[in-house]
Design a protein around this ligand. Sequence first.
Ligand SMILES: Cc1cc2nc3c(=O)[nH]c(=O)nc-3n(C[C@H](O)[C@H](O)[C@H](O)COP(=O)(O)OP(=O)(O)OC[C@H]3O[C@@H](n4cnc5c(N)ncnc54)[C@H](O)[C@@H]3O)c2cc1C
Length: 466
Amino acid sequence: MNPIALIGAGPSGLAGARALSRAGIPFHGFEAGPDVGGLWNIDNPRSTMYESAHLISSRTTTEFAEFPMRSTADYPGHRELLEYFRDYADKFGLREHFRFETRVTSVEPVDGDTSGGSGWRVTASGPDGERITGEYSGVVLANGTLAEPNVPIFRGEFAGEIMHTSAYKRAKVFDGRRVLIIGAGNSGCDIAVDAVHHAASVDMSVRRGYHFVPRYLFGRPSDTLNQGRPLPAPIKQFIDSRVLRAFTGDPVRFGFPKPDYKIYESHPIVNTLILNHLGQGDLRIVPDIDRFDGHAVHFADGSSGEYDLIVLATGYHLDYPFVDRAHLNWSAASPKLYLNMFPPSFNGLFVLGMIEASGIGWQGRAEQADLIAAYLAAERRAPDAASAFRARAHATWPDLSGGYRYLGLERMSYYVNKDAYRRTVKKLHGTLPAASAGVSTGSTAGGSTVGGSTGSTGSTGEEARA
Ligand SMILES: Cc1cc2nc3c(=O)[nH]c(=O)nc-3n(C[C@H](O)[C@H](O)[C@H](O)COP(=O)(O)OP(=O)(O)OC[C@H]3O[C@@H](n4cnc5c(N)ncnc54)[C@H](O)[C@@H]3O)c2cc1C
């Protein structure tokens, strides 16, 4: 069998490399950036990280269980996290499996066999633009979910500067400017807090209300409370909304609309500094956008303001630009995959990291990687178990919502409840034989391989979409 191709060396890709190595499945890794760490490497051209960013989930609920962070910080910053991923890669010898500065530009079924039975041809563009192709028995896609900006269209023309949060790096960009932030997700709120120290004024335009969770509750990182003993959704919503109201007060007092949904039905905002700044009068909440007109922005309630810089905190689209959407069973905003990982046709493509959840951390991604590796190992060494696994996927899919009624928004289309998800992944992992290293893990992509046909054609590489 040809090796597996693994795309991306971010937290998910590293977890994938670790799981495949451990299971003894030969694979070749491709990473567009210069090193491991994914978006936590602010110098990776595809990174959407900014200088002030820290974890919003706490260290112990986020780290890989087998590799605790050395940090004592509850919410380490991105530079410390990059070091963590570098250490993780070194500890488990993962770097040597990857070809860096090598961007995958296409993943196509060999001989047009869409069942995947003939394998997949992966084409990539190397550091000097050289074209690299290879045939693989399967492809694990771990190219991230937060890189392709969602840029809404507004009526009118804005005469100032517009930037998406994906392009934001440091607060100096706000110096002396009248800033409008559109959207109040976690990045939007972080960036608003940066802006108040630099900008001439800061407004934040929101369409709906939000639930705010403080980083600390009862003196402990809030996401470490009630771990491992998940309460039924209605009880957790009842208790937490009251506890949070007691700690953070009512965001409506600070100008936010009242949320038209219950807590945990959308991703909560882990930032109460924004409420402090609202309380200090450092920024204002303004309504939804109606239209732009020169430097003026008109809002839905008829009011308006003048701005120099607009920051679109409007989120991201899922994007797997190198593979035809049909192969990933796309429907509307996202691929519809068994456990958010397996196309229902089991065509040899596997998506790793396509989960959005409150507090699932990198350990949740590592558990995904372990399941994919266990399935691949079963395909090779225990075909009956692999076949039984596939049969389960052809029956009713498990409910991964944990009983929460998620909002019907694009970014919630691949959202899961971390407890329901991890429990299900663990259970299904238990149906497969333990995957353990039995064979060599093969060589670096582009080198000579056992069974693989990877090689550089030497022609100029196709320019990949950034
Ligand atoms: C500001 C910010 C704060 C966050 N805070 C938290 C938090 O507190 N807790 C948490 O759990 N998560 C947080 N996240 C979410 C974050 O996405 C995950 O922590 C994690 O980075 C996901 O890892 P990943 O490997 O799936 O994706 P990424 O980190 O995006 O890595 C994907 C990798 O794939 C590579 N790649 C992409 N396309 C190609 C291609 N065509 N060919 C080759 N390589 C390619 C990229 O270069 C990149 O290295 C945060 C995200 C942001 C932006």
